[in-house]
Design a protein around this ligand. Structure first.
Ligand code: PHE
Ligand code: ZN
Ligand code: ZN
Ligand code: ZN
Length: 295
């Protein structure tokens, strides 16, 4: 059930926090805390039958890694990707940023696999390294992917900070409905925005658009024209009175007052926001396993 999945997501967050605690308080790229985080997630995906691989690259002068997992089944010429960065900043354990996105796509993958269906499209889950050092892992992945392989990626969905304690409900503005800022995403992005908006709206959390401003790992994908989308519950930005009216929480305060700090622990997560986002992710996995784009 969705509720059991949401409880499993919380268990993954606790594990990531324990890993940080045992490794100097963080899970930053190139550290033992990052390696232990990757090992934990890889173990779960291997056990569930995913085909996993680890991609090494250099960041800030040292080696670090992306973890890629895909379904053995599904059309290798039509791949739908879900991604989240797994590294934290050095200041803390990085549980909202981005344990939440990592744990949510992990559990959505595990739940999909447990259903026993073979997807029509191939599903690929990416856990990026060194996002906090400048989208280094996702950029390395896209840049080193042969052009023929790029062309097989039908869509990329990104999840970075999906349990902010004073949560907003944002989806990347694929259709540029507000007509300002970064402009629309690649063709097909609007459809992803709509699917995620429908899920969040049905859960009682009507979403607002947030610009593709390049601050997370969708950046390298939209750069090469791959349709993209995803959800976000806010970082250092301030919740407006209108947003507090609509979503609850505290107007005039940051969506995440512990952003990039030592206090970004399991205490720094809104369970309801995370559950709503997890449900939207699980629905997108199921929907796009069958078909993308939708007719
Ligand atoms: N990528 C930023 C970080 O990890 C947070 C962020 C996510 C900002 C999504 C905007 C949109 O610190
Ligand atoms: Zn961050
Ligand atoms: Zn982040
Ligand atoms: Zn929009």
């Amino acid at each position: 059930s969705a509720r059991a999945g949401a409880m499993a997501v919380q268990d993954h967050l606790q594990e990531l926090q324990n890993i940080a605690g045992a490794n100097g308080g963080n899970r930053a790229a190139g550290t033992p805390g990052y390696q232990a985080s990757l090992d934990y997630i890889k173990g779960k995906l291997d056990e569930a039958g995913f085909t996993t691989s680890v991609q090494e690259f250099d960041s800030l002068g040292g080696p670090t890694y992306n973890l890629i997992a895909e379904t053995p089944g599904g059309d290798a010429n039509k791949v739908v990707m879900f991604g989240a960065h797994l590294d934290s900043v050095g200041e803390g354990p990085g549980i909202n940023d981005n344990g939440t996105g990592s744990a949510a796509i992990l559990q959505a993958a595990l739940d999909y696999a447990a259903g026993g269906e073979t997807p029509t499209n191939k599903l690929r889950f990416a856990f990026w390294g060194a996002e906090e050092e400048g989208l280094v892992g996702s950029t390395h992945y896209v840049e080193t992917l042969p052009e023929a392989e790029r062309g097989k990626i039908a869509a990329y969905l990104n999840f970075d900070m999906v349990g902010s304690p004073n949560a907003g409900y944002f989806t990347y503005d694929g259709d540029d409905s507000d007509g300002v800022g970064a402009g629309p995403g690649p063709e097909g992005s609007a459809q992803i925005e709509k699917l995620l908006n429908d899920s969040l709206g049905a859960a009682g959390a009507p979403a607002e658009g947030t610009d593709f401003d390049g601050r997370s790992d969708y950046g390298p994908f939209i750069e090469v024209g791959i349709p993209a989308g995803g959800t976000f519950t806010g970082a250092e930005g301030t919740k407006s009175p209108e947003q507090a009216e609509k979503w609850g929480g505290q107007a005039g305060e940051a969506f995440d007052a512990c952003y990039h700090q030592a206090c970004d622990t399991v205490e720094n997560v809104d369970a309801r926001a995370l559950e709503r986002n997890f449900a939207a992710i699980a629905n997108a996995v199921k929907t796009y396993a069958a078909q993308f784009p939708q007719p």
